[in-house]
Ligand binder design. Structure first.
Ligand code: C5P
Length: 406
């Protein structure tokens, strides 16, 4: 879990009737763990699928189900509940509820609360594929989008009714990511960002190879933060055991040469605004990868390898005629101040981010220094997701050409 990234946010979570209600238990847990306060409001139909008791336990707040609820002093829950909200999230949003919303109906607490809101509304549709495809639903969806309501999903795939198609609710993790994204300033809107992450694996023979301890966490966190800041992100990943961040296009590679080829291919077929080299790329590979597993023999107990240099991806990208804004990373075991600035100059990049202190590989937090022409700036130690958001904002500020929106 990427830290308290929704701290201070107050959400009204409106649940309508559908089997996907079970997914909202998990979504509530993700939202509250991220620091959001979640006020659950359920329609009558929703209470047929999951009880208000469960939702109260998970959200830590009493659940509202009726517009005649006397717990609100002025007896106006439809006004009071949404007044402090930063957003209303309807999840799952049923066919019926979308229709009611599109037509401005207000015949129960949740519909009345939605029409009386003065905050953004997000809806997470969940329904059978034929209900979704029905022209009436599609008309309602188009109307809701025109009214500024953001629809998250639906997904495609197997459905509770046994059919397969569009309409199933996106997974709770994806809904969570979309909600975080909704609250993130779009400092990289319309920008294209290419990122390398993780280690590389340099084969010695079909079963052995040389790699390093990079976990890919920092690069993946940056890909996620850039995507949430509105960028289109292409992530070239070495061998790591991490899930692809939501909305990010991922390409897996093994060796430094494959990573170089993937990066150069991307830059040849499309324009990128930013390149961030986070990968811990192997500096060397063996000049000849054995076709068969290298065996111990009576004459040769220990094999000898000759190494050749791998291409320096970052330096090569920075040299391109139309080079994107290039950002490098450096993991040093000492003298970062000297090596960081020296490396930035040698690779000819405007910004190099140096990892301070003990090697950060595999850890969940990090402490970095920004090296650039103007000097060095240290950032406070933080979780990699928090740091990634700060770094994305710093990179956005430095991009030439277009001023990012405030
Ligand atoms: O030279 P060093 O490996 O310390 O430099 C680190 C920076 O250079 C990182 O941004 C890394 O992704 C990039 N790099 C690269 N290709 C290499 C070696 C490093 O892109 N062959």
């Amino acid at each position: 879990m990427p830290g308290a990234e929704l701290a201070g946010k107050h959400l009204v979570l409106g649940m309508t009737g559908g089997i996907a209600c079970y997914k909202i238990a998990e979504l509530t847990r993700l939202l509250t763990k991220a620091g959001a306060t979640v006020q659950v409001v359920m329609t009558d139909a929703a209470t047929q699928f999951i009880t208000p008791v469960t939702m109260q336990a998970l959200s830590g707040r009493p659940v509202y189900t009726s517009q005649w609820d006397a717990r609100i002093a002025n007896n106006m829950p439809h006004i009071d509940l949404s007044r402090e909200a930063d957003a209303i999230v309807i999840a799952p949003a049923s066919t019926d509820f979308l229709a009611k919303l599109a037509h401005g109906m207000a015949d129960d607490l949740l519909t009345t609360l939605c029409i009386a809101r003065d905050c953004p509304l997000l809806a997470v549709p969940a329904m059978n594929r034929q209900m979704w495809q029905n022209p009436a639903t599609q008309r309602n969806v188009a109307q809701l989008r025109a009214d500024g309501i953001e629809l998250l999903g639906p997904d495609s795939g197997p459905q509770a009714c046994g059919e397969v198609g569009d309409g199933r609710m996106i997974e709770p993790e994806a809904a969570y990511e979309a909600i975080v994204s909704f609250f993130t300033a779009k400092t990289l809107a319309k920008r294209r960002v290419l990122i390398t992450a993780g280690p590389t694996f340099e084969a010695l023979d079909p079963v052995r190879g040389i790699t390093n301890r990079s976990s890919g966490k920092m690069g993946f966190a940056l890909a996620r933060a850039a995507q949430q800041a509105g960028a289109e992100v292409h992530l070239v990943a070495g061998p790591v055991g991490l899930d692809t961040p939501w909305g990010v296009y991922r390409e897996d590679v093994q060796s430094a040469q494959q990573m170089y080829d993937a990066v150069m291919h991307e830059l040849a077929i499309g324009a990128y605004d930013v390149f961030i080299g986070v990968a811990a790329v192997a500096d060397w590979r063996v000049d000849h990868v054995s076709e068969h597993k290298i065996k111990k023999t009576a004459e040769r107990q220990v094999p000898n390898f000759t190494f050749v240099e791998n291409p320096d991806i970052l330096a090569a990208v920075a040299k391109l005629p139309n080079a994107p804004y290039c950002v490098g990373f450096a993991a040093e075991s000492g003298d970062l101040d000297v090596h960081g600035e020296e490396k930035r100059k040698r690779k000819n990049v405007p910004l190099l981010i140096g990892n301070l202190g003990p090697l950060t590989f595999g850890l969940d937090d990090n402490e970095v220094v920004l090296f650039e022409e103007a000097g060095a700036t240290k950032l406070p130690r933080a979780g990699k997701h928090t740091l990634a958001r700060t770094l994305v904002a710093e990179i956005a500020k430095r991009l030439p050409g277009r001023n990012p929106p405030a």
